[in-house]
Write a protein that binds this ligand. Structure first.
Ligand code: 5CA
Length: 406
């Protein structure tokens, strides 16, 4: 089944008359979720959700979107390990040695209960009496939304892949054997718009070309309002960036009561490849490439517009992941996971560079990338504390960048 069908999830099950789930173990999970800000996520179903295929059938999603919470022990030291595996996967216990340092063996049902507080068939991915070192299957993290057991074989809850990463504090890994890295080539991946392309200037020119000149105060208020609307739209069900851009521009103009009616917003996206790039950005990329780095773009743009931007500015790019490719938007983890799988590289060998804490630096760091804060528009103040490096100028950073020792 294709991911597109799987993404359309049924959340409109027969709703409960009372606010909390009926079953005591589902109530426990509901409380854990609320403590983490995940409200109203648990669904108790008439059908069994004991196995991943049953759970997928009951909620109408792709079986790969079901989180299997599997308890193991390390083969030699016997330490507990939790693997959050995608519904279709069988965890390769030998392969996991590469990630864990020892092969894994399945824990028995009594151990599962005492370690997690729940019986097999209902084990949730987090919220156990003692936190268990956790690994999350790459393939779960390519979906916008996933479902996991909520304490009981008939109870299940939904959360985004970003929420799963944050709440479980797990490390993202492949749980089945992967092709060996093709070559030991270091990479730098970049956010594009806002980091390489001067997004703010481009958007205002596009706006003024259809809506006429804006007063300075309108200009100042439009961009933050646009960014708020854009974020809300991207957190909802996937739609193309063209549509997000038009809708966010219209909503921002309406909320600020600008004289512009929103007419022509659907044409904004056509001008994106012509939006200016920051001075020195291309030269910086060329210097990084000359120093032996491969360069990737991980962008929330539609694929055709991203390709047109790369071509128009003649950017020296080796790989690109667009929102069209993964059908979701950063800060969800799918862009990074798709890149790691496609290029067969480990996150610790990749620098991710961006001007945004929310869209890039936080998720990239969470996934184990090294992060560089590219200083552009005034930030939120969080960027410098999240990032491993501060990059005021790409060219200078390229000159300082030290190739890894082989
Ligand atoms: N409610 C569903 C989907 S959310 C669920 O909990 N699925 S699960 O995969 O996380 O949990 C069931 C898993 O427990 C199965 O994958 C199965 O391999 C494992 N399991 C079943 N019986 C045993 C057992 N006796 N010992 C160890 N693991 C077991």
């Amino acid at each position: 089944m294709c991911a597109e069908r799987g993404q359309r999830l049924r959340k409109d099950f027969p709703r409960m008359a009372h606010e909390t789930p009926r079953h005591p173990s589902a109530q426990r999970v509901d409380r854990v979720l609320r403590e983490r800000g995940l409200e109203d996520r648990v669904r108790e179903l008439p059908d069994s959700t004991r196995t991943a295929p049953e759970a997928a059938a009951a909620v109408g999603c792709d079986v790969r979107q079901i989180v299997k919470s599997l308890v193991f022990r390390t083969a030699r030291s016997g330490a507990p390990v939790l693997v959050l595996a995608s519904g279709g996967h069988r965890v390769d216990e030998q392969w996991m040695e590469r990630e864990v340092g020892e092969p894994l063996v399945r824990a028995d049902p009594e151990a599962v209960r005492s370690l997690t507080g729940f019986a097999i068939g209902g084990v949730p991915p987090f919220g156990h009496p003692v936190e268990i070192p956790t690994f999350i299957d790459y393939d779960l993290l390519e979906f916008r939304e996933v479902w996991a057991a909520a304490g009981h074989p008939n109870a299940i809850f939904h959360l985004t892949s970003r929420e799963l990463l944050g709440a479980s504090r797990g490390r993202a890994v492949p749980v089945t054997p992967q092709p060996a890295p093709r070559e030991e080539v270091p990479w730098a991946t970049f956010d594009c718009y806002g980091t390489l392309v001067d997004w703010n200037s481009g958007l205002h020119s596009a706006l003024e070309s259809v809506g006429g000149p804006l007063a300075p105060s309108e200009r100042e208020r439009f961009f933050p309002a646009f960014l708020r609307e854009e974020q809300l739209l991207e957190e909802a069900e996937y739609r193309s960036y063209r549509e997000v851009l038009a809708e966010a521009a219209r909503a921002a103009a309406a909320s600020l009561r600008l004289s512009w009616s929103g007419a022509g917003a659907e044409r904004f996206a056509d001008s994106i490849p012509d939006w200016p790039i920051f001075p020195g950005a291309r030269e910086g990329l060329e210097r990084l490439r000359a120093r032996g780095l491969r360069l990737g773009l991980l962008s929330n743009m539609d694929r055709d517009l991203l390709e047109a931007t790369i071509e128009r500015h003649d950017l020296p790019i080796d790989a690109a992941v667009s929102a069209t490719d993964v059908r979701s938007y950063k800060p969800l983890p799918a862009h990074w996971i798709r890149f790691l799988k496609r290029e067969a590289v480990l996150p610790a060998t990749v620098w991710h560079l961006s001007s945004s804490a929310h869209y890039d630096l936080e998720p990239a760091r969470r996934l184990g990338f090294r992060t560089g804060y590219v200083v552009r528009a005034p930030g939120t103040g969080r960027e410098s504390s999240i990032a491993d490096a501060i990059v005021p100028d790409l060219g200078q950073w390229a000159a300082k960048w030290v190739p890894p020792v082989r």
